[in-house]
Design a protein around this ligand. Structure first.
Ligand code: ADP
Ligand code: MG
Length: 316
């Protein structure tokens, strides 16, 4: 749905994007995770061509946006919605007036505009609040208005720049739940950028980890969890650095099988648990366990664990 290739963008001597490739599949929630200054916002602005990359191409829904200009680009942009950290609502307009704004710009007739605005407010759980001013709403409600406005043009894609960063944890969960519901009900593809791992864990299907204008790692969360040495897995499970020979085991899905007691019964080994955790991700539950594993049949035990479908990593 979104394909970015070789994006570069500099501001003076600051290289904000240093050759970024991104592939977002239709209907997925794709997270771009990185610290402040990594280039995430620049990437998002290049995806809808609010910012023109110095080089590289951006294709959204099969259309090469980098080849378009003027009116054609504006028309293509109506198929891309965007929401912001600080909501960017017009305080002089009512809630309904904010949601209707893009419809006015598109020249939608008044009766149709009012019908569509009411429908959008219902969709985001703000039915009946159309006459309020943004100042009367909580942060979470303001973001719901932002989402309704972003959906006005019936977009294929929703871009989110730190949309939950100004919200408390409970409100963050409710907004992420709304995004997940819209993703399911409307088949909406969502590209969201965040500096919070929790956002990635609770809602994303895929992720790209960015630092210093580059993508360090990207893919579906399910695939990355099964990839040895994955940065994502290390960031989700912050275990201390392993000592040489320590074994780190990653379980996906079936954490209910007693593999550790099996391996101790079947092989002449001792297992010493050094650390671990289980995380519930939107992609399913994942466990990670760090153990010391000693004894005459260590290598047989390691093979057995790997044969049971676990990811087994032995520290050098
Ligand atoms: P992030 O969203 O990950 O925090 P940004 O994309 O905002 O990162 O910024 C990446 C780098 O580009 C930073 O060093 C930032 O200072 C710089 N930058 C971003 N936008 C501009 C701009 N309009 N003018 C100058 N420098 C910018
Ligand atoms: Mg930013």
């Amino acid at each position: 749905m979104i394909q970015a290739s070789g994006l570069r963008k500099s501001y003076g001597r600051t290289v904000a994007l240093d050759g970024v490739d991104l592939h977002v599949r239709p209907g997925e929630i794709f997270g771009v995770l990185g610290q402040s200054g990594a280039g995430k916002s620049t990437l998002l602005r290049c995806v809808n061509l609010l910012e023109r990359p110095d080089s590289g191409t951006v294709t959204v829904a099969g259309q090469d946006l980098t080849a378009l200009g003027g009116r054609e680009l504006n028309r293509a942009r109506t198929r891309i919605g965007m929401i912001h950290q600080h909501f960017a609502l017009l305080s002089s307009r009512t809630v309904a007036g904010n949601v209707a704004f893009p419809l006015e710009v598109m020249g939608v007739p008044r009766a149709e505009r009012e019908r569509r605005t009411a429908e959008l407010l219902d969709l985001v759980g703000l039915g009946g609040r159309g006459g309020d001013r943004p100042g009367q709403l909580s942060g979470g409600q303001k973001q719901r208005v932002g989402i309704a406005r972003a959906l006005a043009g019936n977009p294929d894609v929703l871009l989110s720049d730190e949309a939950t960063s100004a919200l408390d944890p409970g409100t963050t969960e409710s907004i992420l739940g709304l995004l997940r519901r819209l993703n399911g009900e409307l088949g909406l593809t969502i590209l969201l950028i965040t500096h919070e791992m929790n956002v990635v864990k609770s809602v994303c299907d895929s992720v790209a980890i960015m630092a210093a204008g580059r993508v360090l790692e990207s893919g579906t969360i399910a695939d990355l969890i099964r990839t040895p040495g994955s940065r994502l897995t290390r960031e989700i499970f912050p275990l201390p650095d392993p000592a040489p020979g320590d074994v780190t085991i990653t379980f996906t899905g079936r954490a209910d099988e007693p593999v550790i007691s099996e391996v101790v019964r079947k092989f002449d080994v001792d297992v010493n648990i050094l650390g671990g955790a289980i995380e519930n991700l939107s992609a399913g539950s994942v466990g990670r366990l760090r153990v010391g594993l000693t004894g005459a049949e260590r290598s047989g035990a390691l093979d057995y664990l790997a044969g049971r479908g676990l990811l087994v990593e032995v520290a050098a």
